[in-house]
Design a protein around this ligand. Structure first.
Ligand code: ADE
Length: 253
């Protein structure tokens, strides 16, 4: 997977490229990340990339020429590239979107800045992504989020292929609790079942712990999720337990 990032702050990407799993993936050549400075495509000696909005209003708008020239340049390196604008107006990025993007071989990520980008740039864009319903000062952090989430799905990036397959959102549920040594930490013990060596029981306990977390924190995820009869039985029992607790407290008060 090749990522080309068009930005006016290419130095921001040294944070992502300087260490950890992404750096190792680049060294192993499972991915490449190339930040390109949009200012290199400005035509004046001040390297201007923004201007005042037609119609008035506060803030500056990114000019269309440097951005579209930068996109053209990036496309020349690989015309099969899929071009994405990072913007709060985009569709919301999630694990499913990351999996879809991992199927491409080349992504061009265009980072918007200032109050926005000239509307005519959109003609050169295949997709628009937002990393959440809040407004950042620019698309750079969003591009880094996309690069990180997509990269770990590319074979060879993670040490073990299982880590990507088994994690929270790929399985459609939140992840079960994990423990490592020591067995007892400040009075809190590792659940007995995990020490049993009984793989079947551990698997079932983990599934139910995942279901429990998902019911509490993200019940919306369960609407889309195929559930087994064992899952349903577990949730019915949970519902019964909750009802009994509520019943006990309402008779007490
Ligand atoms: N640029 C500014 N805010 C953003 C967001 N939430 N997602 C993607 N790009 C952005």
């Amino acid at each position: 997977m090749n990522f080309t990032v068009l930005t006016i702050f290419p130095e921001m990407f040294s944070l992502l490229l300087g260490g950890g799993i992404i750096k190792r993936a680049i060294e192993r050549r499972s991915i490449s990340v190339e930040p390109i400075d949009i200012r290199d495509f400005a035509k004046d000696r001040h390297r201007t990339v923004d201007d005042r909005p037609y119609g008035g209003g506060c803030g500056m708008v990114m000019k269309p020429e440097p951005v579209t020239k930068a996109i053209q340049h990036a496309k020349e390196q690989g015309p099969e590239a899929y071009t994405i604008l990072l913007t709060p107006q985009g569709r919301v990025f999630n694990q499913g979107v990351a999996q879809g993007l991992a199927g491409h071989t080349r992504l061009i990520l265009v980072c918007g800045r200032y109050e926005g980008i000239d509307e005519r740039v959109r003609e050169h864009i295949d997709d628009e992504l937002s990393i959440g319903d809040y407004v950042l000062t620019g698309g750079e952090l969003a591009a880094m989020v996309v690069i990180d989430a997509v990269s770990r799905l590319i074979p060879g990036t993670l040490g073990s292929e299982d880590s990507a397959r088994e994690d929270s959102f790929s399985a459609g549920l939140l992840e079960y609790p994990q423990y490592t040594r020591p067995r007892s930490f400040k009075g809190s013990d590792v659940p007995e079942v995990l020490l049993s060596g009984d793989h079947g029981t551990i698997k079932r306990w983990r599934r139910q712990a995942s279901l429990f977390r998902t019911v509490l924190e993200r019940p919306d995820l369960l609407m889309e999720q195929p559930l087994t009869t064992d899952d349903i039985e577990f949730m019915k029992k949970l519902r019964q337990d909750i009802k009994s607790i509520i019943g006990k407290h309402s008779t007490a008060s």
